[in-house]
Design a protein around this ligand. Structure first.
Ligand code: ADE
Length: 229
């Protein structure tokens, strides 16, 4: 999968060089290119923002650098890319979204800052690719960078070969609509706390039933919104 990220803080994405995603980049499973939006400006101050038409607080990102950046990262592409703009005003990014995007050959992420990007940019981007405005959740970050880091990790780990043991992807929170069951390792007794005896029983059926029950209990307690009425 090819991933292009456009941001005014490209060094934030240095973190993608470590851990499993770093390995996936080295092995060629992930081809990540990070671009500085200011490289697509032409004035001495490398201006990317301006005051909003109609007045109001804050600054809006100018369309011209975005237009040139999107032209550059989508030009010559083999497949039509999916162009993602992280935004608290977008549709919710979920495990299902991650799964869907993990099959795309080319993803472009445009990181907004300030009060957002000139709305015409989204309209223009729709000529170049399939545009998605995606929100991590109902809270506001200072910009899209941290959201894109989260999305790239959630998507990247679903690409076959990125996570060593594919079975570890199956029994995770959200994969079957429930939260994950609790996990324990040795020692069996730690600071007066025991591992649930069923896990030491060797009875695979009983273990599976206990884990399922734990998933339901946790989901009911912590995320009742995930359960059907
Ligand atoms: N940018 C700012 N806040 C965001 C959020 N909650 N999700 C995605 N992108 C954002």
């Amino acid at each position: 999968m090819r991933i292009d990220v456009v941001s005014i803080f490209p060094t934030i994405f240095d973190a993608l060089e470590v851990s499993l995603l770093g390995k996936a980049r080295q092995s060629g499973l992930l081809d990540v290119h990070v671009h500085d939006l200011r490289a697509f400006t032409h004035d001495r101050h490398r201006t990317v923002d301006d005051t909003p038409y109609g007045g109001g607080a804050g600054m809006v990102m100018k369309p011209e650098p975005w237009g040139e950046a999107l032209d550059a990262v989508t030009g010559g592409a083999v497949a039509r890319p999916v162009i993602v703009f992280p935004s608290p005003a977008g549709e919710r990014f979920t495990q299902a979204t991650a799964r869907e995007l993990s099959t795309a050959p080319h993803l472009v992420f445009g990181c907004g800052r300030y009060e957002g990007i000139d709305e015409r940019v989204f309209d223009y981007a729709a000529e170049l690719g399939d545009v998605r405005l995606l929100s991590l959740g109902d809270y506001v970050l200072n910009g899209g960078e941290v959201a894109v880091m989260a999305m790239v990790e959630a998507i990247g780990r679903l690409i076959p070969g990125v996570v060593g043991n594919p079975e570890s992807l199956v029994e995770e929170s959200h994969e079957d609509g429930l939260l994950e069951y609790p996990s324990f390792t040795k020692p069996a007794l730690w600071r007066e706390r025991e591992v649930p005896p069923v896990l030491l029983s060797g009875n695979h059926g009983a273990v599976a039933a206990w884990r399922r029950e734990q998933q339901l209990v946790r989901t009911r307690e912590r995320r009742p919104d995930l359960l059907p009425d």
